[in-house]
Design a protein around this ligand. Structure first.
Ligand SMILES: Nc1ncnc2c1ncn2[C@@H]1O[C@H](COP(=O)(O)OP(=O)(O)O)[C@@H](O)[C@H]1O
Ligand code: SF4
Ligand SMILES: [Mg+2]
Length: 435
């Protein structure tokens, strides 16, 4: 059945198909990422950030003094439908600097993927109503011509998807696709150079026998190997920005850690900026410098990962943290943190989107939570979209758990939360949240 597919694709055919491949996949793929110093492969990626003392000594220094590489301002992506306007993204703003890793978390349907596909220009030409501004390294991504967008995609910015098959074409060898992704942006490179570079990339993402694998088809790769191949394709042009949308969800823990480690390795090498979208706060604890928590199309909390884990400023974030798996529990694929569901994006509540599920809204005088939408407000270096005062949060918003995210323990899962006692937490050097 696969004989035809296995027929080696002639170079000229590959050349001819270049546009098609780029249309279907190449544009969308490609990466650049890397490892923070000292992060061993296989586990414990990025864990030096959290220590027994609660300090952040291993924390990577991100220089935020200059112009951000990526600046997203009041991004809105609305889809008119027969039932009304779906406000998938409704006012997202953030900056991302060279070498910085931003984690975006939130339940399904909170607008994470639409935010990232809009940055990549993949919602152009659809019926999406897009407004706001996205500045990327001197280009305004919402207004540049499609030709320029295509130039940037795959070369300067790239995306890794949850499902590698969405980026790898089944009819072409893995090598042919990576070679093509490279050649499109390096037209002067010879076929031999492109092939050698591709084999090198396959080796770097940990694919054994890359000389042989380069000529194999996606179906001959296991799921983990396909994910690596897609990562190689994403990284082949050393892009400045990598967006990884739930890149590890379908992978087992070991492969997941290796892929994350690889991304951080490449980040170190190329100073790339990374956006990692995930359901899994443990992954965020592993690799991200900063965290953006999305709820119903809007950021509800922003801040340094360490600070956010230690002192979350929004009730939703508290719920997410409380839902993190314990070390002694089987790993959970999805978070289901808080009773109830997110609101319909067509009929968002008039007030705070989280009000129908919020256990703290009685603390806010009157019916303000139900009638007025809170803006993002600063609480020290952190920001949260909530009317509660800092004092109210300190007194009442106590997660049921203390948090352990240190090098030793968290490495056995991906950043675990304990519901145990303060004593147990202390034993692991936990940052205790609440009382
Ligand atoms: N083309 C579209 N038309 C209408 N609604 C859409 C479209 N694409 C996404 N949505 C909706 O936007 C919301 C956010 O989607 P998404 O960004 O994929 O969420 P997630 O946070 O899970 O990645 C979802 O409710 C989804 O159904
Ligand atoms: S504004 Fe009110 S309803 Fe919204 S999160 Fe804060 S306390 Fe809860
Ligand atoms: Mg998504």
């Amino acid at each position: 059945m696969f004989d035809k597919l296995k027929k080696k694709v002639d170079d000229s055919v590959v050349g001819e198909k270049a546009e098609a491949l780029v249309d279907k996949a190449g544009d969308v793929v490609a990466t650049a990422a890397a490892k923070v110093p000292g992060h061993g492969a296989g586990h414990g990626v990025g864990r030096e950030k959290f220590t027994d003392s609660g300090a952040k000594p291993g924390k990577k220094q991100v220089d935020k003094s200059g112009t951000p590489l990526l600046s997203v301002r009041d991004l809105k992506v609305h889809w008119p439908t027969d039932d009304g306007i779906v406000k998938s993204v409704d006012g997202v703003s953030f900056d991302l600097y060279e070498g910085q890793t931003l984690g975006i978390v939130g339940e399904s349907g909170s607008g994470k993927s639409v935010t990232s596909t809009t940055i990549m220009g993949l919602n152009r030409g659809t019926n999406a109503q897009i407004s706001g501004a996205i500045d990327f390294d001197g280009d305004d991504l919402l207004t540049i011509k499609e030709d320029r967008m295509r130039e940037l995609r795959g070369r300067k910015m790239a995306m890794i998807f949850q499902d590698p098959l969405s980026a790898l074409h089944p009819y072409y060898t893995v090598g042919a696709q990576i070679i093509e992704a490279y050649k499109v942006h390096h037209p002067k490179a010879s076929k031999k150079e492109a092939r050698e570079h591709t084999i090198d990339m396959l080796a770097r993402v940990g694919i054994p026998s890359p000389q042989k694998r380069v000529d194999q088809y996606p179906h001959e790769f296991s799921g983990g190997m396909r994910q690596r191949a897609m990562t190689a394709m994403a990284l082949v042009n050393d892009p400045k920005l990598l967006i990884a949308d739930e890149p590890t969800t379908a992978l087992d823990v070991t492969v997941q850690a290796q892929i994350l480690d690889l991304m951080l390795d490449l980040q170190q090498e190329f100073k790339s900026a990374i956006i990692i979208i995930t359901h899994d706060l443990g992954v965020v604890a592993d690799v991200a410098d900063d965290l953006l928590v999305m709820y119903a199309g809007r950021p509800v909390e922003k801040g340094d990962v360490y600070d956010t884990f230690a002192t979350p400023q929004h009730p939703y974030t508290v719920g997410l943290l409380n839902s993190m798996p314990r070390l002694d529990e089987a790993r959970r694929e999805q978070l289901d943190p808080i009773p109830g569901n997110p609101p319909s994006l067509i009929n968002l509540p008039r007030g705070c989107s989280f009000a129908p599920r919020c256990a703290f809204k009685h603390l806010v005088p009157g019916d303000r939570c139900d009638t007025e939408m809170p803006d993002l407000r600063h609480f020290g270096d952190q920001e949260a979209r909530c009317f509660l005062t800092a004092e109210q949060k300190a007194e009442h918003m106590k997660p049921a758990q203390t948090r352990t995210i240190d090098g030793a323990d968290a490495a056995s899962t991906t950043g675990a939360a304990h519901t145990g006692s303060a004593g147990a937490a202390d034993a692991h050097g936990a940052t205790k949240v609440g009382d």
